[in-house]
Design a protein around this ligand. Structure first.
Ligand SMILES: [Mn+2]
Length: 172
């Protein structure tokens, strides 16, 4: 089993595609594969800040669900976008404003398609991925050894947001 782990694409679609090409992924007939059967892992934060968050969602959706070439693990930005799509009150800042601006530029139907793709990705995702074949565990913000095998709220917060202190800087 050979994997390429890509974290924090943050809407940088062009760079992501260039990296995939460099790693040997090829597009044939509209579908991606790798001549050596390598697999991709997108390790969270695929959206926000960069110029192409929505196209990045579509790319990762295709790679996970259609091409079966990638795994997707959520990050803190993904969690926030998920809560935004649920209609929860989230602050549209720290990068989310770029994704929301992209969404607002779409028609309602286009928005629905993207939302559906992202929700499907997020809801099928595991909080972290155990890859015993290569003696590896991947998590967006890391994981404590004693959390491995657990999937409760405490573990969810840790793998998404890290080992937070609860302290806050004046700028939030
Ligand atoms: Mn992050």
């Amino acid at each position: 089993m050979k994997v390429d782990i890509i974290g924090d694409v943050h809407g940088c679609l062009v760079e992501c595609l260039a990296l995939m090409e460099k790693l040997g992924y090829q597009k044939n007939g509209g579908h991606y594969d790798h001549p050596d059967q390598r697999q991709l892992i997108f390790l969270g934060d695929i959206t926000d800040r960069g110029p192409d968050s929505l196209k990045t969602i579509s790319l990762v959706y295709q790679l996970v669900f259609e091409d079966k070439l990638a795994h997707y693990i959520p990050g803190n930005h993904c969690n926030k976008l998920y809560r935004y799509f649920l209609g929860n009150k989230v602050k549209v800042q720290h990068g989310l404003e770029t994704t929301v601006a992209e969404l607002n530029a779409l028609t309602k139907d286009e928005q629905r398609v993207i939302k559906k793709k992202f929700m499907a990705l997020y809801e099928q995702a595991e909080l972290y991925l155990q890859l015993p074949k290569i003696n590896t565990i991947v998590a967006h913000a890391g994981i404590r050894p004693d959390y491995i095998g657990r999937y409760d709220k405490k573990v969810e917060s840790f793998v998404l947001y890290g080992d937070v202190t609860g302290d806050r800087y004046p700028d939030g």
